[in-house]
Design a protein around this ligand. Structure first.
Ligand SMILES: NC(=O)c1ccc[n+]([C@@H]2O[C@H](COP(=O)([O-])OP(=O)(O)OC[C@H]3O[C@@H](n4cnc5c(N)ncnc54)[C@H](OP(=O)(O)O)[C@@H]3O)[C@@H](O)[C@H]2O)c1
Length: 288
């Protein structure tokens, strides 16, 4: 990896931030947040990429507001599909490679066993559909010169996410109801960032899945957040957490009931072991 120049798009997000602090010492990182690289401003993006001539582009930028996307489909597609295509086209022009990040929300959640990389997507909402469209255009533009990693339920000490929302609500309230019939794999962005760097190091290509190990419902995840946070003093008082059905907590966007991703080939290809999500949660809470 020595001497490789890597452009991180979306450097201000959860993954973008973790990519910066886990970057191998020998790579030349150009971390671009939305001010420096705005996927809605193609001229700015192309100018930056042609000026900097990166060897790899890691696309950690995305429109990630799942519910809002239902009312802002044009913006979600402009960023998640057209923005991804713009990066991939610029990369192709330079002969650069690209690592693109995608989501479990490309699946409809009906399968009931972990999704394989080549299972048929069937997104339930605009966000998932726009991400799936992004995956397709990146593959079309770059073929074997890109890797796509689908991930799920991402959190980090930086940015907005379920863990930080729970800590706030558990501080403010005495009771909470949390959905217990959606199952997935909570994923610390730090581990995803480390896997991403390994993917670059190994010239990974094709479709891959990465999450932390194990599965949980949002309710299980919330209970674990409370237990771990109380244990280290991040929370000072308990709050009663009750399981809810999805039907009791309607949201603008439908979410997959089961979105566990099979990681077996990716773990083999990367030569990595993911940690169990609860261990990763403990490490993230210790940072707060
Ligand atoms: N978060 C999850 O639970 C989750 C789950 C599965 C997959 N993923 C995928 O993982 C990747 C990283 O997600 P994340 O959790 O790090 O998301 P995030 O924290 O929301 O970060 C996304 C970043 O993209 C930036 N962005 C938005 N519009 C942009 C634009 N027009 N041009 C350039 N940058 C723009 C955002 O900036 P602003 O905040 O300033 O708008 C933000 O810094 C994404 O591809 C996402 O789809 C995330």
């Amino acid at each position: 990896m020595a001497g490789l120049k890597i452009l991180i798009a979306g450097a201000g997000g959860q993954l973008g931030w973790e990519l910066q602090r886990t970057a191998p010492a020998e790579v030349d990182v150009l971390a671009a947040d939305k001010r420096q690289l705005n996927l809605l401003q193609p001229d700015q993006v192309c100018e930056l990429i042609h000026r900097e001539q990166p060897d790899w582009i890691i696309n950690a930028a995305a429109y990630t507001a799942v519910d809002k996307a239902e009312d802002e489909a044009d913006i979600a597609y402009a960023i998640n599909r057209d923005g991804a295509r713009l990066l991939a086209t610029c990369a192709a022009e330079l002969g650069a490679q690209m690592l693109h990040i995608s989501t479990d929300f490309v699946f409809n959640g009906q399968k009931g066993t972990p999704y394989l990389v080549d299972d048929q997507p069937g997104p339930l909402g605009v966000y998932g559909a726009s991400k799936q469209a992004g995956d397709e255009v990146v593959e079309t533009a770059l073929g074997g010169r890109c890797a796509i990693i689908r991930t799920a339920w991402v959190y980090s000490a930086h940015g907005n996410n379920f863990v930080k929302t729970m800590l706030r609500l558990m501080t403010e309230r005495d009771q909470l109801g949390i959905v217990a019939d959606q199952i997935g794999s909570p994923t610390w962005a730090n581990g995803l960032a480390r896997a991403s760097w390994r993917a670059v190091q190994l010239n990974l290509s094709g479709m891959h899945h990465w999450t932390d190990m194990g599965v949980a419902s949002w309710y299980d995840f919330a209970v674990a957040i409370q237990e771990e946070a109380l244990a280290i003093g991040v929370l000072r008082k308990p709050c009663v957490i009750s399981p809810l059905r999805t039907a009791d907590y309607p949201t603008p966007a439908a979410r997959p009931a089961y979105s566990v991703l099979d990681k077996t080939p990716t773990l083999q290809a990367l030569g990595l072991q993911a940690v169990h999500w609860r261990q990763a949660l403990r490490e993230m809470l210790a940072e707060l």
